[in-house]
Write a protein that binds this ligand. Structure first.
Ligand SMILES: *[C@@H]1O[C@H](CO)[C@@H](O)[C@H](O)[C@H]1NC(C)=O
Ligand SMILES: *[C@@H]1O[C@H](CO)[C@@H](O)[C@H](O)[C@H]1NC(C)=O
Ligand SMILES: *[C@@H]1O[C@H](CO)[C@@H](O)[C@H](O)[C@H]1NC(C)=O
Length: 180
C-alpha cells in the first residue's frame, strides 16, 4: 500500500513537471541598419505559417564583402518595469568563435546563444562572409533553448544584438518574446 502511494506521488510529480514546462512565443522583431551602404536589411519579420510553425526571418544584404572581422554584442533583457538588463551582456569576436567552435575551446555561453541559429542560418561557417545573410529562428528552437536547455523564468524577454564589422557598428537587432 505504501509503495503504491509512493508510485502515485511520483506520477503526480512527473505530471506537474510536464504541466509547468513553459512555452515561448515571439512578440516582435526589430532590425535597424546603421549604414545602409554596408548592410541593408531586406527582411525582418515574424512569420506564422500555422499554430506550430512560426519563425523569425532575417535577410541582410551585404554591400562590402568580403567581411573578415565580425564582433557581436549580445544582451538579454527581461521586462519588469520596462526592459531591464538580465543576466547576459557579452561581446565576442564571432570569427574567432566560429574558427574554434569544433575544437571545443569555445565559451559555453556564446555556444548556447549560437545554438539558436547554428543549423538554420547561412552564417554557420568560418569567416569571411561574402554573401547575403539569412537567419531563420524557428519557434521550436527558441522554445527548446529557453525552456529546456537553459530554463528561464516566465516573463517577457528581449534579446538585443549589435553587429560590428571592422569595429564599426553596422546593425542592431531586437527580438521580443514571452515565456509563459
Ligand atoms: C504547419 O506548417 C508546416 C509547414 O508548412 C507543416 O509541415 C505542418 O504540417 C503544419 N502543421 C499543422 C498542424 O498544420
Ligand atoms: C548550416 O545551416 C544550414 C541552413 O542554412 C544547414 O542546412 C546546415 O546543415 C548547417 N550546417 C551546420 C554545420 O550546422
Ligand atoms: C550591453 O551593455 C552596454 C553597456 O551598458 C550597452 O551600451 C549595450 O547597449 C548593451 N548591449 C545591448 C545589445 O543592449
Amino acid at each position: 500500500m505504501w509503495k503504491l502511494a509512493c508510485l502515485f506521488k511520483t506520477f503526480i510529480f512527473l505530471y506537474m513537471i510536464q504541466e509547468i514546462s513553459s512555452h515561448f512565443e515571439f512578440t516582435n522583431f526589430k532590425c535597424k541598419s546603421d549604414d545602409e551602404k554596408f548592410a541593408e536589411i531586406e527582411i525582418c519579420q515574424l512569420k506564422s505559417i500555422n499554430r506550430t510553425y512560426k519563425y523569425a526571418y532575417l535577410k541582410v544584404k551585404l554591400h562590402q564583402t568580403p567581411i573578415t572581422k565580425v564582433k557581436v554584442n549580445l544582451a538579454l533583457f527581461k521586462r519588469f518595469n520596462g526592459y531591464r538588463p538580465f543576466m547576459y551582456n557579452i561581446t565576442f569576436d564571432a570569427c574567432r568563435f566560429l574558427k574554434n567552435i569544433y575544437t571545443g575551446s569555445t565559451d559555453l555561453i556564446i555556444k548556447y546563444f549560437y545554438q539558436f541559429i547554428a543549423t538554420t542560418s547561412n552564417m554557420n561557417h568560418t569567416c569571411p562572409y561574402d554573401h547575403d545573410i539569412i537567419v531563420v529562428l524557428p519557434i521550436n528552437v527558441m522554445d527548446n533553448q529557453f525552456s529546456k536547455v537553459l530554463p528561464f523564468p516566465e516573463g517577457d524577454y528581449m534579446v538585443g544584438t549589435h553587429w560590428f564589422a571592422n569595429d564599426i557598428r553596422r546593425a542592431a537587432l531586437k527580438l521580443y518574446g514571452t515565456l509563459s
